[in-house]
Design a protein around this ligand. Structure first.
Ligand SMILES: NC(=O)c1ccc[n+]([C@@H]2O[C@H](COP(=O)([O-])OP(=O)(O)OC[C@H]3O[C@@H](n4cnc5c(N)ncnc54)[C@H](O)[C@@H]3O)[C@@H](O)[C@H]2O)c1
Length: 399
């Protein structure tokens, strides 16, 4: 018989809503059974709208409900550790939203809690499960791009929708902890999660908003193969939510646009009738709606993987260990932004490959010399740029 789950959903905010929409819209047999919100009114209304039998404003009561077997954490970042700790004590499966924690030390404690308790855990990083990303990863695994040289991921929008995000203590930082956690895990997936991130160089600044945390950040992440990751995040980008990735390999290139330009453009001189897409700034004029938002943002494939892995007692694609690695990379980014130096990624536990080969493209030869580049010129001539094997001298040969 197919398994089904009764879930405690912690948080009835933006992510609690996306998660509930996905769970109730997907396998159907899994249901949110208890909803927790800080606000009684929100909890009650959310329960009524999604036909959820129980609601509560008490965190422990929601987690310890005897009828639920799993807990999904969609609470502000500073509450993740407490929620994981209570849920592990209750012996429940735990799925936690991103970022896993506010820093690597907190993430490591969270990882230790679930591993000691032996409970199923999954890191809800939806953006590595978008249909475009899954297809890209499949192509990369088949070698379509060759060896990965450079992976760039960008997430920018005009800023988050709730007070706690803007408070560096509650969130653990600003735009980087909020948005670059997505980019870092996207980059790790492209480069290969087995490949150790070694060091980072980062710029971060508060350019626009009256807050202590950074509202911009750009970083380079160097991996053990020599590949480089690059993220760009902003809380002050105007025009909606921009989610883009670029990947270069020795044999190919990938460009992905996940949100603002998905091929769906609509103009209205009147009003669109309300919500257009997450972080959309307009409801009239040219609009960029998203066909099936929970699918295009990866929630559908993410929960399918999580629930199937849970049913078969296997690890999902994204675990709390991945969340910990992401936090460790971000810790190094925050440090580098302060010191203005390359900073090492400090990983107390590394579970990936310990020996990796540096990127090395096979050399080609032409007329006994090493071929650097071949190019057809506008006059039809082919130019060969060659390196002499002994002297190292580089010359042009026209054919
Ligand atoms: N794509 C994604 O994966 C994604 C998107 C948005 C948010 N998130 C993550 O989900 C978590 C929640 O974000 P959100 O956007 O749903 O936030 P939100 O502000 O929209 O909702 C927060 C929810 O937590 C509840 N809550 C309980 N205790 C609280 C407290 N002390 N302070 C504030 N709220 C409290 C609120 O009542 C509310 O239901 C965060 O960790 C965030 O990073 C992930």
């Amino acid at each position: 018989m197919e398994k089904s789950h009764k879930i405690t959903m912690l948080g009835a905010g933006l992510i609690g809503l996306f998660y509930t929409m996905t769970l109730h819209g997907q396998r159907k047999r899994d249901r949110v059974h208890v909803i927790h919100s800080r606000s009684e009114e929100r909890a009650k209304n959310f329960a009524a709208e999604w036909k959820i039998p129980k609601w509560t404003t008490k965190l422990a009561e929601a987690i310890n409900d005897p009828e639920t077997d799993g807990v999904v954490i969609g609470l502000p970042n500073h509450l993740h550790e407490e929620a994981v700790s209570l849920a592990a004590k209750a012996g429940k499966a735990i799925l936690c939203t991103k970022p896993l924690a506010r820093n690597a030390a907190e993430a490591k404690r969270i990882l230790d809690i679930v591993e000691k308790a032996g409970v199923f855990h999954g890191y809800l990083e939806d953006l590595v499960y978008t249909p475009k990303m899954l297809k890209s990863l499949n192509a990369i695994q088949k070698g379509v791009l060759g060896q990965i040289l450079w992976a760039r991921s960008r997430e920018t929008h005009p800023g988050p929708h709730s007070a706690w995000f803007w408070d560096a203590k509650e969130a653990g930082g600003g735009a980087m902890i909020d948005l670059a956690c997505h980019c870092v895990e996207i980059i790790r997936n492209y480069v290969g999660k087995d490949i150790r991130p070694v060091e980072v160089m980062c710029w971060a600044d508060t350019l626009v908003h009256p807050i202590e945390a950074e509202d911009h950040g750009i970083a380079l992440i160097k991996f053990a193969t020599g590949a480089v990751g690059q993220f760009e995040v902003s809380w002050a980008f105007r025009g909606g939510m921009d989610l883009r990735d670029e990947v270069s390999g020795t044999q190919g290139t990938l460009w992905l646009n996940h949100f603002l330009r998905t091929g769906f453009e609509m103009f209205t001189s009147g009003e669109s009738g309300g919500y257009v897409a997450e972080k959309s700034e307009r409801e009239s004029g040219w609009l960029f709606p998203v066909g099936d938002e929970v699918n295009e943002l990866g929630y559908v494939h993410m929960f399918a993987d999580m629930l199937d892995a849970w049913d078969s007692a296997k690890a999902p694609r994204e675990t709390f260990y991945d969340g910990y690695v992401v936090n460790a990379i971000l810790d190094a980014c925050y440090k580098s932004a302060r010191t203005k130096l390359w900073e090492p990624v400090e990983l107390e536990v590394w579970r990936g490959a310990t020996r990796v080969e540096k990127i090395k493209a096979p050399t080609q030869e032409f007329e006994g010399q090493i071929l650097i580049k071949r190019e057809r010129m506008p006059d039809g001539v082919t130019k060969y740029i060659l390196k002499d094997k002994k002297s190292g001298q580089i010359t042009n040969v026209m054919k």
